[in-house]
Design a protein around this ligand. Sequence first.
Ligand code: RIB
Ligand code: CA
Length: 313
Amino acid sequence: MGARKIIIDTDPGQDDAVAILLALASPEAIDLLGITVVAGNVPLALTSINARKVCELANRPDVQVFDGCDRPMAHSLVTAEHVHGKTGLNGPDLPSPSMQVQETHAVDYIIHTLRREPPNSVTLCPLGPLTNIATALQKAPDIADRIQEIVLMGGAYFEVGNITPAAEFNIYVDPEAAQIVFQCGAPLTVMPLDVTHKALVTKPRNDAFRALGTPVGVAVAEMTDFFERFDREKYGSDGAPLHDPCVTAYLIRPELFSGRKINVEIETQSDLTRGMTVADWWRVTDRPANALFMGDLDADGFFALLADRLGRL
Ligand code: RIB
Ligand code: CA
């Protein structure tokens, strides 16, 4: 099977950056058509700059980056500088990008690409709030049947919330958008905190990034060094959870992950539980199974893949 055509939709974010680098380092498995950016971890202006910084870190200024929505569909923007730092990409000192952002709006790029490419040949990989994807689905409902798969990082069930007691950040920021995406009917694979909290960058794993001795390896080690201080303090965890690279790793080696095809609905009505992913893990309802909801991964295999591929850049 040839390389899989994908669009990464992202709010960099150190973990988003590693997910993008993993995709760029794996051309035999992933054909990255373009990157669309969205407001999330930090405002849109910064996520746009960060996405281009990462492309230039990988020496790939040819990658097309498209600016998207600067706020959620029905709420004001909530950001996460407390986790990612003021720039959203604290840690390494990366130069301001010289590559330009594309003229086309991210939402129109997603629509045009799905209409241009053969049906079911493009996978969408959202790594942040789902505003761009949902807006594209609202503007062009015909694209839902043309999506090969949506593989996203978001949600939580057994692991509960990281931004409120009930909700994970990406879903919490734009629950209305998440509801549209989870109900659109496209094949959906979800990487919730249940699995990403098992992808912890322990010191030996971070040392392996640094030991690559390349600008990419050192930058990734510096990103996760910065990013992990929050999680160590909050969870007492032995390292930062690398959330978003679970999405691109799944495209390369799906066998590293395991989960269940179940019904997942999004809470949008209550302030208390806004953005909760209500996952019917035990199948106690007859609601249709709309998502492959991941629960476990081979963490050693995941980090071995990451170190091997980042070493290519
Ligand atoms: O909750 C983790 C998610 O929120 C990750 O995608 C991280 O980058 C932030 O966007
Ligand atoms: Ca993200």
